[in-house]
Design a protein around this ligand. Structure first.
Ligand SMILES: Cc1cc2nc3c(=O)[nH]c(=O)nc-3n(C[C@H](O)[C@H](O)[C@H](O)COP(=O)(O)OP(=O)(O)OC[C@H]3O[C@@H](n4cnc5c(N)ncnc54)[C@H](O)[C@@H]3O)c2cc1C
Length: 380
């Protein structure tokens, strides 16, 4: 589907990065504004980190980590439904600690199992947590946040080891929000997230994003770095840059640090190896979690594939490291980016360009907003 790009051709917009942000914006410019779009990516596929592909066993894998799509935004789901059918998102996660598997995030079943209390109800659980939690009114870091919510025993069983492995930083040195994103539920809801729509594209994310960019106004050029086109091809109206913000400016203020990951995909000769899609290992092994995405894709196959996920200091950028000094460095780059927008209509959008962790639904909403802004300014 990649078309050869005519280097002499003029485009209304060049989009660097064919991840969720780049694909959605390409579709909007092409279909809504009838703009001629050049969409490039340095990788050999669309979908960015949502990329899913066939493993040699024929089973689908999520190459850059499992993606559990969810949203509360009906309009977004309707928009995406033009490009995909959906299957229900079967997102169940358990945590393996003290030799047992516990529902995670923590819910009534987790509390009952952990403290060995049969038929724990919401009221008794509330009292139990009141006894266990440490009285810290304004938690200053992730450790204090979790202690103030569930107390020391659960902090040590479920959070401390996982956070250390994930970040190689003690929870004491991480902002409260890092562990604060995980809910504690006083019901028996075992789903990983609370969102109204928990859905997976029926044929995968890659198929959905590929369909999104199949438009006669879009030229897609893969295995092409923005550096290779930026001085050669002209964008008459705007440029969208979704790559790392520091790299756009040749890292002139220093490199923004990222946490990286490595995935080991291992084929197993059984139909299912795990009881659910994800098992966290806070206190054992070098990997943080094992993922059997077959629970989500719903594929029928005699074998299965388990992905073992290892956090790394070096490698591709996965998670911005949530520390104040990194945010300050990002803000300095943002000043340069704002100037670039004002001077040359280059818009910086997405997780790499904004040095921020976004879920896919959030980043798609952001891309739509950025599109609307550009439409208002240049859409004629
Ligand atoms: C481990 C992990 C798990 C996740 N799990 C979930 C989940 O369960 N649910 C969920 O909703 N979200 C999840 N996310 C978030 C999701 O991956 C992001 O929201 C989404 O990928 C962001 O889209 P994007 O377009 O901003 O960036 P990306 O997906 O990173 O796409 C950016 C693209 O730009 C390309 N690019 C970069 N630089 C250049 C350049 N110089 N020239 C050309 N191309 C370039 C890259 O190759 C990439 O394809 C997860 C993220 C991670 C890291």
């Amino acid at each position: 589907m990649t078309r050869k790009t005519d280097m002499n051709q003029e485009y209304d917009v060049i989009i660097a990065g064919a991840g969720p942000v780049g694909c959605l914006m390409a579709e909007r410019f092409a279909a809504d504004l009838n703009w001629k779009v050049l969409l490039i990516d340095k990788r050999n596929h669309v979908a960015g980190n949502c990329f899913d592909t066939d493993h040699e066993s024929g089973l689908m894998i999520h190459r850059y980590g499992p993606h559990y799509f969810r949203s509360n935004n009906k309009a977004l789901i309707e928009y995406l439904s033009q490009f995909t059918d959906w299957i229900p998102g079967n997102y169940i996660v358990k945590s393996s600690t003290n030799g047992e598997l516990y529902p995670f995030p923590i819910n009534l079943l987790t509390l009952g199992q952990f403290f060995k209390i049969a038929d724990l109800d919401a009221e008794s659980a509330q009292k139990l947590l009141e006894e266990k939690r440490e009285k810290i009114d304004q938690p200053a870091n992730s450790e204090e946040f979790v202690l103030s919510r569930v107390g020391k025993e659960m902090y040590e069983a479920f959070y401390l080891g996982y956070t250390l492995k994930q970040w190689s930083i003690h929870p004491k040195d991480l902002a409260p929000s890092v562990c604060g994103r995980i809910p504690v539920r006083l019901n028996k809801d075992e789903r990983y997230v609370d969102h109204e729509y928990q859905l997976t594209p029926a044929k995968g994310f890659t198929a959905m994003f590929q369909k999104m960019v199949e438009h006669p106004n879009i030229d897609l050029q893969l295995e092409t770095d923005y550096d290779a086109v930026k001085n050669k091809i002209k964008a008459t109206k705007a440029t969208i840059y979704t790559g790392p913000i520091d790299e756009y400016f040749d890292c002139q203020l220093g490199k923004l640090p990222w946490r990286s990951l490595e995935f080991d995909f291992v084929e197993k000769n059984v139909a299912f190896e795990q009881p659910c899609v994800q098992i966290n290992y806070p206190n054992d092994h070098d990997y943080t979690r094992t993922v059997e995405i077959k629970h989500v894709t719903g594929q029928v196959h005699p074998k299965t594939v388990i992905s073992y996920e290892y956090p790394k200091a070096e490698g591709d950028p996965y998670y911005p490291i949530p520390m104040e000094k990194n945010q300050q460095l990002y803000l300095q780059y943002k000043k340069l980016a704002d100037q670039e927008t004002a001077d040359h209509n280059v818009y910086f959008c997405g997780r790499l360009a904004e040095y921020k962790y976004y879920n896919t639904d959030e980043v798609l909403e952001l891309a739509l907003k950025t599109f609307e802004k550009i439409k208002t300014q240049h859409g004629h």
